[in-house]
Ligand binder design. Structure first.
Ligand code: FMN
Length: 363
C-alpha cells in the first residue's frame, strides 16, 4: 500500500513546487487509514521515560500544525514531532522559500516559522489526546515578539498537557536573532525558566520531558557551554540538530545553493553526525540524544546511533527516497542487532562516537 502510493505519488510530487507538493502530501495523509501497526519487538525502546515502538521519528517541520500526527504514526514512525509552533499565528517569509537541490538530494528552506499558532495546535492535539503514540511538540518564538524567552515559557505551559515531550527550538536560522538564544547567559536563563515552568505544571500535565534542539553550526567552544548548561539545568535530552547555514564543499547545484536559508538532507549528514558525536562525548550519558540530519538510508540511521543517538529523526530523506525509507531503516537496524550479537540498540549507542570525533572536520 505504502509502496504503491510512493511509486505513483513521488514522480507527480516532484514536478510541483516543493511547498505545493508538501501541502498535497499533508492533504492526502488526512485521508490515509489510521490503523495502528505492530513493529518487531526488538525495535522497541524506552527513552525519556516513554515507550517507543521503534527509534525512527519524523522531524519537526513536516507537520508544523499537528494536522496529521496519527496518519504518520500509522505509517510506521515511532514518534512524530509536530511544530515548530509559535504562540501567535504567523505567516513566515514570502514564497518561494523552499528549494530542492536535486543533484545533491538536499533541501534549503527559509520558511521562518509559518505557524497556525498555539491555540489551533492545542485544539488539534487535545482532540487526539487519547489516541496514544508519541507526539512531541517543537516550540519557537514569534518573530515580532519583544519577549522571546517569555514566548517559550508560555508555550510550555500551554502545550505540555498535550505533548509527549517538548522541544525548545532555538536553532532555526530563519528567524533573525533566534540562534543568539544559544549564547551561554541567554540560554542559562531561558532553560532555567522553561524547566521551572515545566516543573510547575507537572501536577496536571505529567512529567513532560524538555529537549533542546541545537544548530549544527555551533563552534565546539559554544557546544561546551551549551552542553554544560543543558546538564546543570537538567534538560531531559538534546536534538542534534537543525539545518545548517553553511554550504558544504562539493555541492553540485551551485545555483540553488546560493539561496538563503537552512540546508538539510544528504549534504548535511557529515556535519550533523560529527556534531552529534561531539555532543555525545560531552554529555557523558547525562541524558539521551536524538540524531537528525541527512539520514537517507538504513546505514545512515545506524551511523547516527553508533555516533551517539538513542533515537533518530528524518525529513529531507523522505522527499528523495519516499516512505520506503522507513521500512529499509527498520530492516537494516534489525540486521545490525543480529550481526553485532546484541539484543538492544542501547548497546550500539555511541560505539563510534570517539572515532567520529577523531576524524578530520567535515567540509
Ligand atoms: C522544509 C523544512 C521545514 C523545517 N521546519 C522546521 C521547524 O519548523 N522546526 C525545526 O525545529 N526544524 C525544522 N526543520 C529541520 C528538520 O527538523 C531537521 O532538523 C533538518 O531538516 C535535518 O534533517 P533532514 O536532513 O533529515 O531533513 C525543517 C526542515 C525542512 C526541510
Amino acid at each position: 500500500m505504502i509502496g504503491l502510493f510512493d511509486r505513483i505519488a513521488r514522480p507527480l510530487l516532484r514536478v510541483l513546487a516543493p511547498e505545493d507538493a508538501h501541502a498535497l502530501t499533508l492533504h492526502a495523509l488526512k485521508f490515509a487509514p489510521k490503523r495502528s501497526f505492530a513493529d518487531d519487538a526488538r525495535l522497541g525502546l524506552r527513552v525519556f521515560g516513554l515507550n517507543f515502538k521503534n527509534p525512527i521519528g519524523i522531524a519537526a517541520g513536516f507537520d508544523k500544525n499537528a494536522e496529521v500526527p496519527d496518519a504518520l504514526l500509522a505509517l510506521g514512525f515511532g514518534f512524530v514531532e509536530v511544530g515548530t509552533v509559535t504562540p501567535l499565528p504567523q505567516a513566515g517569509n514570502p514564497r518561494p522559500r523552499v528549494f530542492r537541490l536535486n543533484a545533491d538530494e538536499g533541501v534549503i528552506n527559509r520558511l521562518g516559522f509559518n505557524s497556525a499558532g498555539a491555540t489551533a495546535v492545542l485544539a488539534r492535539l487535545a482532540a487526539r489526546a487519547r489516541a496514544g503514540g508519541i507526539v512531541g511538540v517543537n516550540i519557537g518564538a514569534n518573530r515580532d515578539s519583544n519577549d522571546r524567552a517569555g514566548d517559550y515559557v508560555r508555550l510550555i505551559e500551554t502545550l505540555a498537557p498535550v505533548a509527549s515531550y517538548v522541544t525548545v527550538n532555538i536553532s532555526s536560522p530563519n528567524t533573525p536573532g533566534l540562534r543568539d538564544l544559544q549564547q551561554a547567559s541567554a540560554l542559562d536563563d531561558l532553560l532555567a525558566r522553561i524547566v521551572a515552568r515545566r516543573d510547575r505544571v507537572v501536577p496536571h500535565a505529567g512529567p513532560t520531558p524538555v529537549l533542546l534542539k541545537i544548530a549544527p553550526d555551533l563552534s565546539l567552544n559554544d557546544l561546551d557551554d551549551v552542553v554544560g548548561i543543558a546538564r546543570t539545568r537538567h534538560v531531559d535530552g538534546m536534538i542534534v540538530g537543525n539545518t545548517t547555514i553553511t554550504r558544504p564543499a562539493g555541492l553540485r547545484d551551485q545555483v540553488t545553493a546560493k539561496q538563503a536559508g537552512g540546508l538539510s538532507g544528504r549534504p548535511l549528514f557529515a556535519l550533523a553526525t560529527r556534531m552529534l558525536a561531539e555532543t555525545y562525548v560531552r554529555v557523558e550519558g547525562a541524558f539521551p540524544l536524538i540524531g537528525v540530519g541527512g539520514i537517507d538510508s538504513g546505514d545512515a540511521a545506524l551511523a547516527k546511533i553508533r555516533a551517539g543517538a538513542d533515537l533518530v529523526q528524518l525529513y529531507s530523506g523522505l522527499v528523495y527516497r519516499g516512505l520506503g525509507l522507513l521500512a529499509e531503516i527498520k530492516a537494516v537496524l534489525l540486521r545490525a542487532l543480529e550481526r553485532e550479537g546484541v539484543e538492544r540498540f542501547g548497546e550500539l549507542v555511541g560505539m563510534d562516537a570517539a572515532a567520529v570525533t577523531a576524524e578530520e572536520w567535515p567540509n
